[in-house]
Design a protein around this ligand. Structure first.
Ligand SMILES: [Zn+2]
Length: 136
């Protein structure tokens, strides 16, 4: 299914349009400025229906991670990882850690947004931004 492209809804299209240009933009409430992800029609804090797509810093920390040593999909040869990242703006994204990996426990490690190409589309990924990340 390498040719399969996601069907983009009202709330997906702005996200992927920004990602195609290398920016991570999330929905933020026009009334209280809270970021929300996944996108939704109403702010869960103030119930405003007004929002804007707003760039985020790309900085966050790892909340959880897993390394897969078994192949489930052709596009993801093992070993590969999946991480849950809490952005400094608050939302949590599930993504992948690229490049140098932290040693030991990844929870709480700082990460920085990067991009990778997958199935002809630019997607978000993260790089470790902790001490020693630049050294190797
Ligand atoms: Zn709000």
């Amino acid at each position: 299914m390498a040719d399969a492209q996601p069907v983009l809804s009202l709330y997906d299209e702005p996200f992927w349009a920004a990602m195609a240009e290398g920016r991570l933009e999330l929905q933020s409430c026009a009334s209280c400025a809270r970021f929300r992800y996944p996108p939704a029609p109403v702010c869960p804090d103030c119930l405003s229906m007004d929002y804007a797509w707003t760039p985020v810093s790309g900085r966050g920390e790892i909340l959880s991670w897993v390394i897969f040593h078994r192949q489930y999909f052709d596009d993801f040869p093992p070993p590969y990882n999946a991480i849950a990242v809490r952005l400094e703006e608050g939302p949590i994204l599930v993504s992948n850690l690229m490049g140098i990996m932290p040693v030991g426990n990844w929870i709480g490690e700082p990460v920085q947004l990067t991009c990778r190409q997958h199935e002809g589309r630019r997607q978000h990924a993260f790089e470790w931004a902790g001490a020693g990340a630049e050294g190797a």
